[in-house]
Design a protein around this ligand. Structure first.
Ligand SMILES: *Cc1c(COP(=O)(O)O)cnc(C)c1O
Length: 520
């Protein structure tokens, strides 16, 4: 399997180059040359596999065994999910009739990004070690310097994915005093030598601007081998495809329906996904295109609703807003202006509905040219639009709803105190609550479906919203939801460098100083 850029300027890349490069040189995102199809008997053959075994089957369709031999892939996957606290990695939990939660928060940082970042960290290490084993006389060893900005969630998942990895250094910038105490502690109590936390005076945007400035200096980028781990990296999407398959099979098991039976064909499945950058739900789209029987993918957004507005209008348009900026909500990991991974989905719409002749040999290239044009329009005018045919194609599988903070709070309350006695209480994190509320608001349209709603974080991670919703009800105390891993975390030893002057120059200086020590 080879990979191409959505913007058409590069193709034929190996999986290894795709992963190590991250973003394509033309600014596009990498996608596979084809979407692989499933073995004919996958329903019966895969139904009872463990999460790890299923991951090997699925990932093998996207990674040639000449690039990663199967036994190495097995080891990488085994290692990546050995850090999860639940034996099933991604279990489902029934909370209402026909409604299941897919718990994606059993990894080291209690959020869904662990599923992909634990694997990505191991992949980086695997590729770099292999390159270094095959070094020629006089060649410098390969390494990668991961630099990222975080408002909390991505940073800790990246740090836990990369801690202790050989030939990898990680620098995470966070705005000093502006991330939640738990998230700050999660990041800064990791004492591995290759992990560097920078607490920058200023806001998250300042941190992000500094990171962008570093990446836009070709010399610096090349000399220090800067790499990115945000959700544009293809390996992250790939790893996430697995839990759509796994939860589909888990659902059928719970319903006591054999996957290969006639009865299974009548089971309509909807996935509801709390969405920000469109990485999580995009993996569901790949599962659907590969042939997993998914009937509907529900894009649940918070008030940063660019995707919901696209669903309504076919125009992808930055928020006008009062300050034209991101709106702060109770589900901060979904506070985005534009969803970077949506470009990948747009490529498929372009390829199938926008190019002049979709059977022509230049159609892949033409699709890339259209994306290039769209992204230019988006950058220059703040908007771009697709043809009605593309929007119709999109709606064949996607639905969308926007959920505001009030509804998020109400949903957390309702599921903590279910009105019927038979349902046991469940504490939703605010992101998960956005997904659940979206299912409820489309229920009349999908009343004969089974819905799997993705839970992207443990409630203890986002205490503000959970406390706001539940304090004063049923003697709720926050301590009762704290996992044992969080107890005492705030008092643990920390390692973090305070960057007083919030400029790219200051960050560069400290980064180089620290990196030299790592490389010794
Ligand atoms: C990152 C994140 C999301 C959004 O996922 P995308 O892939 O960006 O759509 C939702 N919830 C939580 C808790 C997250 O950390």
């Amino acid at each position: 399997m080879k990979y191409r850029s959505t913007r058409g300027q590069s193709s034929g890349l190996s999986f290894e180059d795709t992963v190590l490069t991250g973003l394509a040189p033309d600014g596009g995102l990498f996608i596979p040359h084809e979407i692989p199809t499933l073995p004919e008997n996958f329903l019966s053959e895969w139904a009872n596999l463990s999460f790890q075994e299923l991951a090997v089957k699925i990932l093998s369709l996207f990674i040639d065994s000449s690039e990663i031999p199967t036994e190495d892939l097995e080891k990488l996957i085994e290692k990546s999910y050995s850090t999860f606290r639940h034996p099933e990695v991604a279990p489902i939990h029934k909370i209402r009739e026909r409604l299941y939660i897919l718990e994606l928060f059993h990894g080291p940082t209690f959020a869904f990004k662990d599923v992909a970042l634990q694997f990505l960290g191991n992949l980086f290490e695997y590729f770099l070690e292999r390159k270094n084993r095959n070094l020629k006389e006089g060649e410098e060893p390969h390494f990668i310097t991961v630099v990222g900005a975080t408002s909390g969630d991505t940073g800790s998942a990246a740090i836990y994915g990369l801690r202790g990895k050989k030939n990898v250094s990680v620098f995470i910038l966070h705005p000093r005093g502006r991330v939640s105490p738990i998230q700050e502690a999660q990041m800064t109590t990791v004492l591995d030598k290759n992990v560097h936390n920078f607490a920058v005076e200023g806001t998250f945007d300042d941190c992000q601007d500094i990171v962008k400035a570093l990446f836009s200096e070709p010399e610096f980028k090349k000399e220090y081998r800067l790499g990115a781990i945000n959700s544009i990296n293809w390996a992250r999407i790939l790893a996430q495809i697995v839990y759509y398959f796994y939860s589909y099979f888990s659902l059928l098991r719970d319903l006591k329906i054999s996957p290969n039976s006639e009865e299974a064909k009548t089971v309509k499945v909807q996935f509801s996904v709390p969405t920000g950058n469109f990485g999580d739900i995009l993996a569901g789209y790949y599962a659907y295109r590969m042939g997993l029987p998914i009937d509907n993918l529900l894009i649940a957004t918070n008030s940063n609703d660019i995707l919901y507005r696209f669903y309504e209008t076919g125009s992808y348009e930055k928020q006008e807003g009062d300050q034209g900026g991101v709106k702060e909500t109770l589900s901060p990991a979904m506070d985005i202006l534009i969803s970077s991974n949506f470009e990948r989905l747009l490529w498929y719409l372009s390829r199938e509905c926008e190019v002049a002749d979709s059977s022509s040999s230049s159609a892949d290239q033409d699709a890339g040219d259209i994306i290039f044009k769209w992204m230019k329009e988006l950058k220059e005018n703040g908007r771009m639009s697709v043809k009605p045919e593309s929007l119709a194609k999109f709606k064949e599988v996607f639905t969308s709803r926007m959920v505001n903070d009030d509804d998020t709070i109400d949903t957390i309350k309702q599921y903590y105190q279910p009105s019927d006695e038979a349902t046991s209480p469940y504490i939703l994190d605010p992101h998960t609550a956005v997904g659940i509320h979206a299912c409820e608001s489309v229920k009349s349209q999908f009343s004969d479906h089974y819905t799997v709603s993705l839970s992207t974080a443990h409630p203890a991670k986002f205490s503000e919203a959970v406390e706001k919703a539940l304090l004063g009800t049923n003697n709720f105390t926050f301590e009762s939801v704290l996992p044992k891993e969080f107890i005492g975390l705030l008092e643990k030893e920390r390692r973090c460098i305070h960057i007083k002057e919030n400029t790219a120059e200051a960050v560069k200086r400290v980064l180089v100083e620290q990196l030299k020590k790592d490389l010794q």
